[in-house]
Design a binder for this molecule. Structure first.
Ligand SMILES: [Zn+2]
Length: 183
């Protein structure tokens, strides 16, 4: 009976945790359910609490990754290598925070499902990636009449007057949508 005592349920403190195989279902944040079949768990014979051993927890993570079509860190690295850029460049080109792709490849963070699709598209059509990299769309948006500083002051009287002719770029980075506004 010693082994039974070692397996006392930590929740009710009365029952024993007993090994069992079940189809274990969890609900994801997006409402979708993922079931891991034949999962090894321990169930309290008193309160019904389900304890999940570390090995089984890993298996659940793996099932979720498969069913949500998550890209693994290895796949993310493979995609980036195929596009011939480093992690920082990749983040920049995708419009992500500077270290985001680093975190994905380390497995500290996981790209969303839609980002996963997007990355697969870029991997499949490198010319699309090249187009994105060249920022063709942004350049087209920049076909605007360059306002003078006095124009800007008139339009945005609250702007701190910390710029000169060559400091125009600073204003634009403060107000990224400015170029569109003055079109
Ligand atoms: Zn219990």
């Amino acid at each position: 009976m010693n082994s039974e005592q070692d397996n006392l349920c930590p929740i009710c403190g009365t029952g024993q945790l007993r090994p069992q195989q079940i189809d274990y279902t969890i609900t994801l944040d997006d409402g979708n359910k993922v079931t891991t079949p034949n999962l090894q768990v321990e169930i309290c014979d008193h309160c019904g609490e389900i304890a999940i051993p570390a090995k089984s927890s890993t298996l659940i993570d793996k099932t979720i990754a498969e069913q949500t079509e998550q890209l693994s860190p290895q796949e993310l690295e493979h995609i980036r290598d195929g596009l011939n850029v480093d992690q920082t460049e990749m983040s920049e080109i995708l419009g992500l925070g500077g270290k985001t792709y680093h975190r994905w490849e380390k497995g500290n963070q996981v790209p969303s499902r839609s980002m996963g699709y997007y990355l697969r598209i870029l991997a499949e059509f490198p010319e699309v990636f090249e187009w994105l990299r060249a920022r063709t769309w942004r350049k087209q948006n920049r076909i605007v009449v360059r306002p003078t500083n006095s124009d800007l002051l008139e339009m945005f009287p609250d702007l701190p007057p910390t710029f000169n002719e060559s400091g125009y770029v600073n204003i634009r980075s403060t107000l990224p949508s400015l170029a569109l506004l003055v079109k």
